[in-house]
Design a binder for this molecule. Sequence first.
Ligand code: PHE
Length: 339
Amino acid sequence: IKAQIDQEIASINDLEDVKKIRVSYLGKKGPITEALREVKNLPVEDRPKVGAYANKMKAALADQLTVKEEELAAAAMQAQLAVEAIDVTLPAEEIQLGRPHVLNQVMEDIEDLFIAMGYEVVEGPEIESDYYNFERMNLPKDHPARDMQDTFYINPDVLLRTHTSPVQARTMDQHDFSSGPLKMISPGKVYRRDDDDATHSHQFHQIEGLVVDKDIKLSDLKGTLELFAKQMFGEDREIRLRPSYFPFTEPSVEIDISCFKCGGQGCNICKGTGWIEILGGGMVHPNVLEMSGIDSQVYSGFAFGLGPDRVAMLKYGIDDIRHFYQNDLRFLEQFTEKG
Ligand code: PHE
């Protein structure tokens, strides 16, 4: 039996074999168990010897099987480790880091300039009432100038704001002049039913500016925007004011910034005139002040609406506004300033 057992143990391949051998030799019907059972039928003097031998064999076999079992388990573990091995010397995959969108960068730069001049940043809703978007901006329901701003209406009273100017009225409603003058900017998205082309997008951005205090004059607006232009684009920039019309400012102006530094590609954004219009503005119309309960005999203000899309185009020589909104990484990855 012993020789047979040795042979079988040597031929064990897996844990299943171990189990089989254990059952066949050590089980209730196995030869060793059988032999032990027969011991009682032997002559008394032989019993201890045979019994001890059989027990020894049983214990030895159990030990051998345990050893074999451990070997197999260890081998299985090694095989598993080999399969799951990670080669730490392989080059890592490059991680793609995001970066602020060029438009957000430019808007933040503009905000920083005005914050440094003591302005507060205020936000307003993109879904706006007709009341704030138009009526409070001195555009009653049948006013012809409503056509200037092709509007996305949600219902007759609610719309996607066509400009950030309604934030003027919202802020003036809240302001307490005993705490000082009102100086705010309001950045955000605006919407117009325009056909998209190189210079138009149905959704674009504005930064509204508003200052109300005693003795605010048009020259304050000009000085403020001149400072802005020079800080944003360089000391050699100039601005020019052209008379214009907005129902909520009187007088109204359009403000251009000089393009002469813009060489090479992208220069066509100035269309050969040397100037690009970047904002509208003027003195806040007395009606607009009065509708917020501000005495227009005592207070006056200037307001402006700035186009950060245009500012970014001018700053980086980008000749198509649609680039900002198409999420083409080849375009976006060129602006890594703060990335
Ligand atoms: N809201 C005007 C526009 O969208 C711009 C503007 C703002 C003009 C403030 C005057 C004063 O065109």
